[in-house]
Design a protein around this ligand. Sequence first.
Ligand code: PMP
Length: 285
Amino acid sequence: MSLQIYINGTFYDKENAKISVYDHGLLYGDGVFEGMRSYSGKVFRLREHMDRLYESARSICLQIPISKEQMEADVMATLERNQLHDAYIRLVVTRGSGSLGLDPNRTADPQVIIIADHIALYPAEFYESGLKIITAATIRNHPAALSPRVKSLNYLNNIMAKIEGLQAGCVEALMLNHKGEVAECTGDNIFIVKRGHLQTPPKDAGILEGITRNAVLELARTLNIPVSEVTLTRHDILVADECFLTGSAAEVIPVIAIDGRSIGSGHVGPVTKQLMTEFKAMVHR
Ligand code: PMP
């Protein structure tokens, strides 16, 4: 059976899952989304993803046509329908189809789309040996232009930085904010370890408040690893002992070099290893 895609309460074969070319999600990137993971049939931090989705929607004046409870049930129904237990789930809400103009009042029927598919993780070698990343010249969106806390369909800012990374032979790239401080990577949050102390940029650095980031902060507190959300500069990354990234798709992934320079020993560090192991255990609890 072909993959079943949810659109507005109905399931369609992948080949027949379609929305209008007049949808403002397509025409203008006008909409919001979430990327989630299920482990053994349970969606990791489903409620947190719902909270972020509905907050993103509220921030852009988009009324999601169903309740959070209904959305959660529909996510679970999509997994069951496809008999998927360990999956990546993409939830998209568009503004709906309208006229060929920006006016969101001329749109109707926001489209709610749920895709559950097999996970596309980075290759295992990246988890064993660590990633090499670069600092992108493209800065993260100015929060007063479009808040990076909104997980909107407008990802061009991150895509431009991703292209810079790929052109340099790296699958991820660090983005600074408009003040030149460390923000996050194109699809992942960033952490460093310095003298046993875990550090990550605060929410007001202009980042997406990652659900994996929050889970790792919680884990660190439980494990009595000193941790702070603090302004970081590129210098802090260059002189860090360890560095890693977090994201729903990537989970916890080590970084061993930036801009051609080794971070710490140039190997995956002990705190990173511990958090990778503990995170694996956490998602199955
Ligand atoms: N930052 C950005 C820009 C992202 O797109 C994502 C999600 N891929 C993250 C951080 C990580 O967020 P989460 O842990 O909620 O997946």
